[in-house]
Design a protein around this ligand. Structure first.
Ligand code: ZN
Length: 137
């Protein structure tokens, strides 16, 4: 797998507006995009910190993955996203190593990235998202 950088860190929050305000007022960051990803039942807010982004995630449904995460563990770091080259190949290599995939094929995430999650049971307790920015077709 060719991993180039940490694309973003995903953080689960209960209230997106309050969390945006907190990150702006505390860390001097500026939220540059709020986007709903229906597929994942979340609303996301993005901040740039150098090359890496912070992605705040608020659930839009009580049965969404972020709701369930917060119920179990409370608010906090939810996943780490690695930017990779050739996400399809990265996934097949990962699967061949016996690592459990949540997404066998890439799907569309926020910001138009192709994304796929690996199961934290297989990755030492950290949910890992692989993502790739494909050129506009
Ligand atoms: Zn993410």
């Amino acid at each position: 797998m060719e991993t180039t950088h940490i694309e973003h860190i995903g953080i689960a929050v209960r209230n997106l507006e309050e969390a945006i305000k907190f990150y702006e007022e505390t860390f001097g960051l500026k939220c540059y995009a709020v986007e709903e990803v229906k597929d994942q039942k979340v609303r996301t807010a993005f901040f740039k910190v150098g090359q890496t982004k912070i992605e705040l995630l608020e659930s839009t449904e009580p049965d969404g993955p972020i709701s369930k995460f917060i119920e179990k563990r409370g608010e906090g770091v939810h996943h780490l996203a690695f930017a990779v080259k050739n996400i399809e190949r990265a996934l097949s290599e990962t699967e061949a190593k016996g690592i459990q995939l949540i997404d066998k094929r890439p799907r569309k995430g926020a910001e138009g990235l192709d994304i796929a999650f690996l199961h934290p049971k297989s990755t030492l307790g950290v949910m890992i998202e692989l993502c790739e920015k494909k050129e506009q077709e």
